[in-house]
Design a protein around this ligand. Structure first.
Ligand code: AHM
Ligand code: MG
Length: 343
């Protein structure tokens, strides 16, 4: 029999600790949870309900959309537009801000999301996820524009992800630690299974797409070369490598057993005028908030991710996150490179 703490109970108990809380935020999170359950169900049924494959369309970033990219974006919009908690939404799959339709009341929060991250994995039945971040809408703004979403990650009220893996999980932070919930399919509820998640500091595991090695900057090459050299190199220990190509699964593994994840800047991105592969507002920021709250770090190599002042809804940044010591080591290699260049 189920007698664990459900996510609803958890959120209401958190809300009681804040005397000023109106219940708005708790209710918004409930709608997000519902959206993730709907997505989990669609992802689980896959080919049985005809949702796999390409939609033959491109998103704003010029990437071919999967049918499920479009369906899950729609699920997020429909679940979250009606209740009066939001002033606007933005997502990986939409070029501009999504305005709340006129028939619904406006709320005080902004929601940014990647409805199905790692969707290249969908057709091969490998884990994918949803990433979201909640910001406050600036006061006196009724109809937010992209400008109103361009807040540094330190301003996030909440960040979370749902992981559609062997079990479906929801991992959340509101700036007070990180908690993980597992979906009990029989009762249709997320149940608290991973309270107070913290990242082990010492690690021997890295995640990076090594097929891009020749395009990386020197500090990243140096870091990975040293890991690869193992017990015979300067690190004096052997490392293990993983690459799922699904950031949510990768971050979840790091929360569970430590490690470092890198999607660094490379020369091909620079040639296209891009600052990285992953998007700041709905990938790098929420994941960095979660990772920092679990005792880890999130960096570009040149600065802390959460401190970046965004300049566009779909801005891309280099991402190096995970166990603190490893992230700091890469940042140190960047500092050494910059000092050498300045000398
Ligand atoms: P997406 O939002 O289009 O799915 O892209 C993001 C994903 C991340 O989940 C993952 O870390 C990365 O892209 C994988 O990239 P690559 O295929 O270059 O290894
Ligand atoms: Mg994505």
């Amino acid at each position: 029999m189920h007698n664990g703490t459900t996510i609803t109970q958890f959120l209401i108990e958190e809300q009681r600790r804040l005397p000023a809380a109106t219940g708005d935020f708790t209710s918004l999170l409930n709608d997000i949870v519902t959206a993730c359950k709907v997505i989990s169900n669609a992802v689980n049924h896959g080919a049985l309900i005809g949702v796999l494959g390409s939609a033959e369309t491109e998103n704003v970033q010029g990437e071919t959309q999967k049918k499920l990219d479009i369906i899950t974006n729609e699920v997020f919009i429909k679940s979250n537009e009606w209740a009066g908690h939001l002033a606007g939404m933005a997502s990986e799959e939409m070029e501009d801000v999504y305005a709340i339709p006129a028939e619904y009341p406006r709320g005080k929060y902004l929601l940014v999301f990647d409805p199905l991250d790692g969707s290249s994995n969908i057709d091969v039945n490998v884990s994918v996820g949803t990433i979201f971040s909640i910001l406050r809408c600036p006061e006196d703004v009724e109809n937010p524009t992209a400008e109103d979403f361009l807040q540094p990650g330190t301003e996030q009220v909440c960040a979370g992800y749902a992981l559609y893996g062997p079990s479906t999980m929801m991992v959340l932070t509101t700036g007070n630690g990180v908690n993980g919930f597992t979906l009990d399919q029989n009762i249709g509820e997320f149940v608290l299974t991973h309270p107070d998640m913290t990242i082990p500091q010492a690690t021997q595991e890295f995640a990076v797409n090594t097929s891009n090695t020749r395009f990386w900057e020197a500090p990243v090459k140096r870091y990975i070369d040293e890991c690869m050299a193992g017990s015979e190199g300067p690190r004096g220990k052997d490392f293990n490598m993983r690459w799922i190509a699904s950031m949510v699964a990768e971050v979840h593994r790091i929360l569970m057993r430590g490690g470092v994840f890198l999607y660094p800047l490379d020369t091909r991105m620079l040639a296209r005028g891009l600052g990285g592969k992953l998007r700041l507002l709905y990938e790098a920021n929420p994941m960095s908030f979660i990772i920092e709250q679990a005792g880890g770090a999130g960096h570009t190599g040149r600065q802390r991710i959460l401190d970046i002042a965004p300049d566009g809804l779909h801005q891309r940044v280099p991402v190096i996150l995970g166990s603190k010591e490893e992230v700091e080591r890469v940042a140190e290699y960047y500092r050494e490179m910059e000092n050498d260049t300045a000398a």
